[in-house]
Design a protein around this ligand. Structure first.
Ligand code: ADP
Length: 374
């Protein structure tokens, strides 16, 4: 018999909810359930953020209950926290109301998670993510980077890592992140060969990302930088919703087209109520390797003007520099390999600014924060 949503619900209704006689289904803790054609199951359990740590045994119990169903494939259970009010996908008849949808629960030991996103590929998002992360390291912070671009992972190349991660301890499924330049990193690219084509469907993407977020021994981190997949489709939306983000940075190039895409990026984060730290203009102007002069080849300043128009902070500009590309290709990001370069200084200044924002806003509700610059 094929596994179905109904059989999953039946199995879950045998798992007791905490503090009371009800089960987790009637208590309204179970989200929408996705069952793939080959029996993989993914769903979320809603938890009280204050009790996140106590929810892990419940998550495991729910996972085990579903795994025991004949025909069950890979089972992924995420923990999410509720916001006050809102609509619900819950299966319980009298579930509490919600307005903003589920919100992801924190990762133990990780203080803040930020996303680096872009409306389209090729704008230098991954380059910015890794250099920003190293800028945080330079501030003396404990930093991790999660490469969520599972379709085109770039961390192996950017960090010059070609090892496989090890298990954190025997008989666990938790992986140790790989470390480079004082940065802890995890990427699907560490697990599979670069030229292995991978076909991912929506629920599998979330399963892989949930594992990279929660089944990696990140240890104590001040900040985890998530390098988002490029674009603003459903996958990005789901990640933004299911990852407990303190905020997002949007990378754009000066061209109008990229800016139109950047606007989509901003709109996406606003939709899921993730605060936006601001826009970074990459490839802002060209620094000539020979004459060291600055050439504004793309109509520089577009992102700054656009940021102002949209009411989000402008975080800074990174020049188009041959050295930046060269160092990136060699797995030696410019912030560590040429710390006195214009780009490295710009990355460090942006890191300091974003960290300032995080500290100032720590603990504040994740509502869209609109800052009008002078
Ligand atoms: P994305 O993550 O947006 O797809 P990448 O970070 O992979 O983009 O960058 C795309 C290419 O552009 C890479 O080869 C990278 O080295 C190069 N690149 C990114 N930013 C710059 C820059 N400011 N100057 C020069 N080359 C850059």
């Amino acid at each position: 018999m094929a596994i179905t949503k109904e059989t999953v619900l039946q199995a879950l209704s045998r798992v007791h909810a905490p503090d009371g006689p009800e089960n987790i289904v009637t208590r309204g803790l179970v989200s929408e359930i996705l069952v793939s054609a080959n029996g993989d199951v993914i769903f979320a359990l809603t938890a009280d953020p204050a009790r996140a740590a106590h929810m892990e045994p419940l998550r495991k119990a729910a996972e085990a209950a579903v795994k025991a169903i004949p025909g069950a494939g890979k089972v992924t259970v995420a923990l999410t926290a509720e916001r006050a009010g809102g609509h619900s996908h819950s299966h319980a008849p009298a579930a509490p109301k919600r307005t903003a949808g589920p919100r992801a629960i924190g990762v133990p030991g990780v203080k803040h998670i930020i996303a680096v996103a872009s409306g389209k590929g090729g704008v230098g998002k991954s380059t910015v993510a890794v250099n920003l992360a190293l800028g945080f390291v330079k501030l003396g912070l404990k930093v991790g980077i999660l490469d969520a671009d599972i379709y085109g992972p770039s961390m192996p190349k950017l960090l010059g890592i070609n090892r496989r991660p090890e298990l954190a301890a025997p008989n666990t499924k938790t992986l140790k992140p790989l470390e480079r330049h004082g940065l802890k990193a995890m990427s699907m690219g560490f697990m599979v060969d670069e030229d292995t084509p991978m076909v991912w469907r929506g629920p599998m993407v979330m399963g892989a990302l949930t594992q990279m977020l929660r089944e990696v021994a990140w240890g104590d981190l001040d900040i985890l930088v998530v390098d988002m997949p490029p674009g603003t489709g459903d996958v990005q939306l789901t990640i933004s919703q299911q990852t407990p983000l303190a905020g997002a940075v949007v990378v754009s190039t000066p061209q109008d087209l990229a800016l139109a895409d950047a606007r989509k990026g901003l709109a996406m984060f606003r939709k899921v109520e993730v605060p936006i730290f601001g826009i970074i203009e990459n490839m802002s102007y060209f620094i000539c390797g020979k004459c060291d002069e600055r050439h504004e080849i793309f109509g520089h300043g577009g992102a700054k003007a656009e940021a102002k128009r949209l009411g989000v902070p402008f975080l800074g500009e990174i020049p188009l520099e041959a050295a930046l590309r060269k160092h990136s290709d060699e797995g030696e990001p410019i912030v560590v390999s040429a710390p006195d370069s214009t780009s490295a200084k710009a990355f460090c200044a942006i890191a300091a600014q974003v960290w300032g924002e995080i500290e100032a806003g720590a603990g504040a509700p994740a509502a869209p924060r609109i800052i009008i610059e002078d």
